[in-house]
Write a protein that binds this ligand. Structure first.
Ligand code: 5AD
Ligand code: SF4
Length: 457
């Protein structure tokens, strides 16, 4: 039996797809195919954060229904499945089942139930132990919580993924140890709001928080790096920032969604912080770690956003000098409070798009300016990929700050930790020369050493 899976959206959806693949491989003996025409089961794992992908879903279903083998099943999973539920089967009778983002642990069960619709957002699979993924590399995702308790006024996620429940620490430690024993060197902790960890468990649990979870996971021998996405700026207290800076296993690249730089718009977005709070958290972080890599998400054209509001966002961009930017035009979503705003509050699409391109241009300029300073810097790269054929020899991986760095002319083994000196930057990425290979122990000490030579300690 062959499985084809198409995944849209965020890292959480990728993790959900990996869970479904592992369950289907282990319990139903499926193997993966990248050709939908060969598949016995076609899964579309959807995203509904913005309107466009959701709109495309029905034409995609039509296409798969035309191409598929006779008797092959089609299942729609993820956030759009949660959002539209039964409506999907009514509109597209070729669909065999619908499985919500909160219900992925039921994949092997719905498969056997014709026209099943499982979209209960109160369903609690926070203690469910998923089958292990069969093709682990050196990086793995680990869900630390499900759902989201925030009510950001633009966001459909609390509706599609339900209330927030943390996964018990001992389950996470067991899973992480299993992953590391299988060769994983870097963990990406996932949650809608990771630094809210510990607020609610579905079984009795000792009082804890995200900072403690990071400290506990970092004790696992053989683990080199921990990343996480996304923390909420509101819950970035000093204790968290200090642990982040101090702990050599925590990668020094962090994604901190801003959404808007205008305090007035942030208030309407119900983000719980203002421009000054955000800038203060960044200042604290940079004072502890001048070389930290920072990424963000920004929405432009939120209802009532004025030119001055937008200028506030541009100002935050100039002050923080983000390393990565994911930027979006506001898209009204049903079941959100901003959806009910009066039409007169909407920013015209053309104006929003024009602001988006101004924002992206400023980001490009900032990156160009920062790029020149990179030459000569020394980074530790965890090798993820390499090639040595047809006259091409290179290796590549990411630094602690999450920068992609390519080493030309050298094939380093996957999973090795290489100290690299940056020699040039072509705008799209950094290139560097091999300095030396480090053992895990040396690397964890060298982390501190590199901070010292770069003047941050
Ligand atoms: N419109 C545009 N962007 C959105 N995001 C979430 N909801 C919307 C929306 N309605 C963005 C936010 C979030 C990222 C995952 O998607 O920036 O951080
Ligand atoms: Fe959506 Fe806000 Fe929750 Fe993020 S924190 S998932 S933006 S409601």
């Amino acid at each position: 039996m062959k499985l084809f899976i198409q995944t849209l959206g965020c890292a959480m959806n990728e993790r959900d797809s990996a869970h479904m693949i592992a369950e289907l491989q282990e319990k139903k003996q499926y193997t993966l195919t990248d050709n939908a025409k060969d598949a016995d089961l076609i899964l579309i794992n959807t995203c509904s954060v913005r309107e466009k992908p959701e709109k495309k879903l029905f034409s995609e279903i039509g296409q798969f229904a035309k191409e598929k083998k006779p008797g092959a099943k089609i299942g729609i999973c993820g956030c759009t499945a949660s959002h539209l539920g039964e409506e999907i089967i009514k509109k597209a009778p070729s669909v065999d089942f619908v499985l919500g983002a909160r219900n992925v642990s039921k994949i092997t069960e719905v498969l056997e139930r014709p026209k099943a619709v499982e979209v209960d957002i109160d369903y609690d699979d926070s203690t469910y132990v998923f089958a292990s993924s069969q093709d682990m590399g050196i990086k793995a995702h680990l869900n630390i919580s499900i759902g989201c308790d925030k009510k950001c006024s633009y966001c459909i996620v609390p509706f599609t993924r339900g209330k927030e429940i943390s996964i018990p620490t001992d389950l996470l430690v067991n899973e992480a140890k299993k992953l590391v024993a299988n060769g994983v060197k870097e963990l990406l902790l996932l949650g809608q709001n990771v630094n809210h960890y510990g607020v609610r468990f579905s079984t009795p649990h000792k009082k804890t928080n995200f900072t403690e979870l990071l400290a506990t996971l970092s004790e696992i021998d053989g683990l080199y790096r921990i990343r996480f996405t996304s923390p909420h700026p509101l819950h970035m207290d000093d204790g968290f920032l200090e642990e982040f800076a101090r702990n050599p296993k925590i990668a020094k690249g962090i994604h901190i969604p801003l959404q808007s730089g205008s305090s007035q718009i942030l208030k309407m977005m119900k983000r719980g912080y203002d421009k000054q709070w955000y800038l203060d958290r960044i200042a604290k972080l940079k004072s502890l770690l001048p070389n930290v890599g920072i990424g963000t998400d920004i929405i432009v054209g939120f209802p009532t956003e004025s030119e001055q509001d937008f200028e506030d966002t541009m100002e935050v961009l100039s002050i923080v000098e983000f390393d990565t930017l994911y930027s979006f035009v506001y898209s009204p979503r049903p079941h959100t409070s901003a959806y009910n705003y009066d039409k007169s509050m909407l920013v015209p699409q053309e104006m929003a798009k024009e602001r988006l391109s101004r924002l992206q241009n400023l980001h490009k300029q900032i990156l160009q300016k920062k790029a020149q300073k990179e030459i000569g810097s020394i980074y530790e790269v965890l090798i993820e990929n390499h090639r040595d054929d047809e006259g091409q020899t290179w290796s590549e991986g990411r630094s602690s700050q999450n920068k992609l760095i390519k080493i030309l002319g050298r094939k380093c083994s996957i999973g090795s930790i290489i100290q690299v000196k940056v020699t040039h930057n072509d705008g799209g990425g950094l290139y560097g020369e091999f300095v030396r290979e480090l053992s895990l122990e040396q690397a964890l000490q060298a982390n501190v050493y590199i901070k010292c030579i770069n003047g941050s300690d």
